[in-house]
Design a binder for this molecule. Structure first.
Ligand SMILES: NC(=O)c1ccc[n+]([C@@H]2O[C@H](COP(=O)([O-])OP(=O)(O)OC[C@H]3O[C@@H](n4cnc5c(N)ncnc54)[C@H](OP(=O)(O)O)[C@@H]3O)[C@@H](O)[C@H]2O)c1
Length: 263
């Protein structure tokens, strides 16, 4: 990376894409604050990165679905004497089910993590970036953001929110030294599918389409360097992102219903 971010706060750093962001950012010269619920996983990664790269790596174990994660994290970061100039809002999860069979409790947690926490954390850390005229926010959306996602309806809707918010903020903060990037991957080989109870979906995804977290993260960091607004990794997903712009919404939803219906 040619722009070096001094301190990156990464949510969902205990596995998958978030852990790879931590690894690549430490290698590029950033200090890190790693956030997720599983403290042990975070501590293990932190220890590895401290010894491999000699960076300061802090761990904050927190459930982002609980109230006021932005305020609590900002306070914790301040107490440790750190200032965040790169926020990676990566924590998130999906669910694969018929809407009426999946209770509201899970949807509520999904909205809390995928939408509310991401928005609150941005509120918590953006003002200092604006004041300094330097900083960046990477929000992990998904290819699911481009069209309705029957059988993963709430997940798709949360990611459409992330994409829309990030594009708007990219335009709002242009020229003020703060960059925004929405990352919209298709399937990535991480524990995401187990967390979403969609092992079957995972098996049906052709391996040619499945990306590695390493490829998604290195592409995202390059996209941030060129001040891209949206990064869609991989040619297949880029092509897939065009279809929703061409089809009438009704036809698009019905087609996605057929694609996603595995019951
Ligand atoms: N894998 C894919 O195919 C794919 C495709 C497009 C977009 N994405 C997006 O990429 C992001 C990362 O997912 P991944 O693929 O890397 O899956 P993952 O390995 O399951 O990682 C999800 C991360 O989110 C954290 N998390 C979940 N709920 C949390 C909560 N309540 N509080 C704090 N942290 C929480 C998890 O940590 P703890 O369990 O330790 O809390 C974990 O570190 C997600 O936003 C996902 O929607 C994934």
């Amino acid at each position: 990376m040619s722009i070096i971010y001094r301190t990156a706060l990464i949510t969902g750093a205990s596995s998958g894409i978030g852990a790879v962001f931590a690894t690549q950012l430490a290698a590029a010269g950033s200090d890190l604050i790693l956030v997720a619920r599983r403290r042990e996983e975070l501590e293990k990664l932190a220890q590895q990165l401290r010894s491999a790269h000699g960076r300061r790596v802090e761990v904050i174990a927190m459930d982002l679905a609980k109230p006021d994660p932005g305020e609590l994290l900002a306070e914790e970061v301040k107490q440790r004497g750190l200032e965040v100039d790169l926020l990676v809002n990566n924590a998130g999860f999906g669910s694969s089910a018929n809407f009426h069979e999946d209770g509201y409790e899970r949807d509520q947690r999904m909205i809390a993590v995928n939408i509310a926490a991401l928005t609150e954390l941005t509120h918590a850390f953006l003002p200092a970036m604006v004041q300094a005229g330097h900083g960046a926010v990477i929000n992990i959306a998904s290819a699911a953001a481009f069209q309705p996602m029957p059988y993963m309806s709430v997940y798709g809707a949360t990611k459409a929110y992330v994409l829309s918010l990030t594009q708007a903020l990219w335009a709002e903060y242009r020229g003020r030294g703060v960059r925004f990037l929405a990352v919209c991957p298709g399937p990535v080989d991480t524990p995401f599918f187990e967390a979403a109870d969609s092992g079957k979906l995972r098996q049906e995804i052709p391996s040619a389409v499945m990306m590695t977290a390493e490829g998604v993260v290195s592409g995202s960091l390059r996209a941030l360097q060129r001040d891209a607004c949206v990064y869609v990794p991989g040619i297949a997903v880029k092509l897939g992102a065009v279809m929703p712009r061409l089809l009438p919404r009704r036809l698009l939803a019905a087609t996605m219903g057929k694609v996603m219906n595995r019951r």
